[in-house]
Design a binder for this molecule. Structure first.
Ligand SMILES: NC(=O)c1ccc[n+]([C@@H]2O[C@H](COP(=O)([O-])OP(=O)(O)OC[C@H]3O[C@@H](n4cnc5c(N)ncnc54)[C@H](OP(=O)(O)O)[C@@H]3O)[C@@H](O)[C@H]2O)c1
Length: 338
């Protein structure tokens, strides 16, 4: 079979004023070079669409682990692909599955070091698109202990839909989640083992938290920030650990570039209750990904965890999938399958 000579790539066409919409992206068919020495040709099977792209496109934020995306730049993100051609003297073979960070295109040629092989017996390779942030925030930042009452804000998204299950598997006593959608709240308790799912828009979150966790919460995995983080701090009990893993409320705010999320915190409570509030970022934990993937494989194999996802088909649909994150029209991780 002759090797393909073109690739379809999604690039940012113009920087939006506010949240990106499909017209801010361009899908182009571009020449694909033949793989040179040490290079591998991969056909992407799927890639992740994630809210961090909004910040990178919006130009907001400081200290980000990757550069902003400028007009003309290709989008990127975690991807699962299949090797089409690889050097005979390397470890990869045609047909092997690999993960890498060059999503938003259907094919690519890159140095073999750009790709991580998927173990042949991995139970659900698509689940390797998941972020290790939930596991990392609970184990590294919050130091989850058996019996803890855990609150996950933004529980129905890519990170939160796994985080509740992980908290349960790590021995949490009670797991509470938030989502802005009553329909998703039902799914959190019915499908993902959340004991309670709170919808902040329905009633004051403080009131709902007081009912769901009358003695307070021990651990918060915060993915939203804003009023939800304010309420979480107010519901924290003595010695609680609050892991700030995301900031969706600021990130997806159409009136800002998506890189700041100021929030009111009751410093008096932090002091008198000995609370810990600490950020999580993957770059501080280079060992985490391998550990997460090992646990994920074991839990998937044992049928103890699921990788909830909203699947969208076709690279041309990727910009639409990103927009669905802003409208909340997704459940679990958002994945484009090719
Ligand atoms: N620190 C790290 O290493 C790390 C790694 C991965 C992700 N993150 C961060 O973690 C957060 C969650 O990521 P994710 O991949 O799980 O995203 P996600 O939850 O899949 O993002 C989409 C969801 O965000 C919610 N949402 C949309 N607009 C919102 C708004 N204005 N306010 C509050 N919620 C809103 C919606 O959920 P509902 O409809 O259910 O409300 C929507 O379904 C993000 O901030 C992300 O950048 C951090």
């Amino acid at each position: 079979m002759p090797l393909p000579t073109t690739a379809r790539v999604v690039r940012l066409a113009t920087r939006p004023d506010g949240l990106p919409a499909p017209e801010h992206f361009a899908l182009a068919e571009e020449p694909l070079p033949a793989p040179g020495p040490g290079e591998v040709l991969v056909r992407n099977k799927a890639f992740l669409v994630f809210p961090g792209l909004r910040t990178l496109i919006g130009g907001g934020g400081t200290g980000l682990p990757v550069p902003h995306i400028a007009p003309g730049d290709a989008l990127f993100g975690p991807a699962l692909g299949e090797v089409l051609a690889a050097p005979a003297d390397g470890p990869l073979r045609p047909g092997d599955l690999v993960t890498h960070l060059s999503g938003w295109r259907d094919r690519l040629v890159a140095d073999a070091a750009h790709f991580s092989p998927v173990p042949a017996d991995f139970p659900d390779p698509l689940a390797l698109l998941s972020s290790p942030a939930g596991y990392g925030g609970l184990t590294r930042t919050a130091g989850l202990r058996p019996g803890d009452v855990v609150l996950v804000t933004g529980a129905a998204g890519g990170v939160g839909s796994l985080a509740g299950q992980i908290a349960r598997l790590l021995g949490a006593g009670r797991v509470i989640g938030t989502t802005r959608s009553p329909a998703k709240a039902k799914r959190l308790t019915a499908e993902l083992g959340y004991d309670a799912a709170l919808v902040p828009g329905e009633r004051p979150l403080a009131e709902q938290l007081a009912e769901a966790a009358p003695d307070g919460v021990d651990v918060v995995l915060d993915l939203v920030g804003g009023d939800q983080l304010t309420a979480a701090v107010n519901a924290a009990r003595r010695g609680a650990r609050i892991a700030v893993v995301g900031a969706l409320a600021g990130q997806l705010d159409p009136t800002t570039p998506g890189g700041d999320a100021p929030v009111v915190i009751d410093a008096f409570r932090v002091c008198t209750l000995g609370l810990t509030l600490r950020g999580f970022t993957g770059v501080d934990h280079p060992e985490l990904n391998a550990e997460w993937q090992e646990h994920l494989a074991g839990w998937l194999r044992a049928g103890e965890i699921t990788f909830p996802l909203t699947s969208v088909t076709g690279i041309d649909q990727a910009p639409h999938a990103l927009v669905r994150l802003f409208t909340g029209d997704t459940f679990g991780a958002t994945v484009v399958e090719l």
